[in-house]
Ligand binder design. Structure first.
Ligand code: UDP
Ligand code: MN
Length: 349
């Protein structure tokens, strides 16, 4: 072998080794096994998640040091799992699972909204998407879109009866939206999730904007986790009020601030075991305007003291209650009047 050939050969071998090691850490699970061992070593006591009180300064320092190690290991697992194939993760993930519930209904922007949302959710490790169509039956549009994501999902439908449906000229806030669909998803969870499974339940409406950070923040919630939501309630941001001790003590909102949980649907997640232990927790059409979240959450926490503030003590915005404008389809209406074919004849938009 000439010297040049030797150099090329050594380089190729090195590249192959790097590539194999990367595979070892990211796709075959062994890397995650190792992190799990280190994580269980760090966790090796029975404090059961409770934060100890009245510790000596040395014990406090040791406790904080261990918390830092645990958090670093959790982050390492998240990063390793980001590179794993979705289907494999369903079986082997070490992360608590996020069950994201999305009600959706047919309208001109539906496919655009679901495409945007699915392309965010596809980037989240160990997430199971429960999507519920407000329709008499499941549509091909949604079924095909879900199949293309390659992610774990459940496709359901539950129709809102005409009396609860918003009329074409009626203000959107006049009636609750997505109630029966979210309840159908909750019933599915109660029938299909193992009561001891680690995870959280989150309501991800199809028209919001989500940063990947919001999913990192909710994953390890032990009771009910809360965080700010942008562009909601007539404000730039609505957020939980957190005191100097890091406890939630109220709500920084202007509209209806006296609600027990003055928070938008996108601003909280409930621990899965806690959710499974309270079978009566669900939504109701017959509640006062703005009280859906309070109606649901009252089943899971009785005092604000139990609520966990996330997103740096509720100082960061990772989700926005964006609402999509109905596109002006005046030319489409004109085509219909003139008995001409619609622009989307034979093409799904
Ligand atoms: N939704 C539904 N049926 C309806 C209206 C809305 O399933 O008749 C869904 C919608 O797709 C969204 C959620 O319910 O995921 C909340 O509805 P919307 O965004 O209109 O209300 P808001 O965010 O203002 O509460
Ligand atoms: Mn919305």
């Amino acid at each position: 072998m000439t010297k040049n050939k030797k150099v090329v050969f050594a380089g190729a071998t090195l590249l192959l080794m790097v590539w194999c090691t990367k595979g070892y850490w990211t796709s075959d699970g062994n890397g995650r096994e190792r992190v799990r061992d280190r994580l269980s070593m760090a966790y090796n006591d029975d404090r059961g998640g409770a934060i100890p009180v009245n510790l000596s300064p040395e014990a406090q320092a040791a406790f904080e040091q261990r918390e830092r190690i645990i958090n670093a290991l959790k982050l390492e697992i998240s990063q390793l799992e980001r590179g794993c194939p979705k289907k494999k993760l369903e079986k082997y993930s070490l992360l608590p699972k996020i069950y994201a519930i999305t009600p959706t209904y047919k309208r001109p922007v539906q496919k655009a909204e679901l495409t945007r949302l699915s392309h965010t959710l596809m980037l989240v490790p160990n997430l199971h998407w429960v999507i519920v169509e407000d329709a008499e039956k499941k549509s091909e549009l949604v079924a095909n879109l879900l199949a293309r994501t390659g992610m774990p999902y459940t496709h359901l439908h539950a129709v809102t009866p005409a009396t609860w449906k918003i009329k074409p000229k009626e203000a959107w806030y006049n009636k609750p939206r997505g109630v029966l669909q979210r309840n159908a998803a909750l019933a599915w969870l109660r029938a299909n999730v193992k009561p001891d499974e680690e995870g959280v339940v989150y309501f991800a409406d199809d028209d919001n904007a989500y940063s990947l950070e919001v999913f990192d923040e909710m994953r390890y919630v032990k009771t009910v986790g809360v965080w700010p939501v942008g562009l909601v309630g007539g404000l730039m941001v609505e957020r939980p009020k957190v005191n100097a001790e890091g406890k939630v003590v109220g709500w920084l909102t202007v509209w209806s601030p006296n609600r027990p949980f003055a928070i938008d649907m996108a601003g909280f997640a409930v621990n899965l075991k806690l959710f499974m232990s309270k079978p009566e927790g669900k939504f109701k059409n017959e509640v006062q305007k703005g009280y859906q979240e309070s109606e649901f959450l009252r089943h899971f926490v009785t005092s604000l003291d139990e609520v966990e503030p996330r997103a740096d003590n509720c100082t960061k915005v990772n989700v926005w209650h964006t609402r999509t404008e109905n596109p002006p389809l005046r030319e489409e209406i004109r085509l219909k009047k003139e008995a001409k074919p619609p622009s989307d004849l034979g093409i799904e938009v």
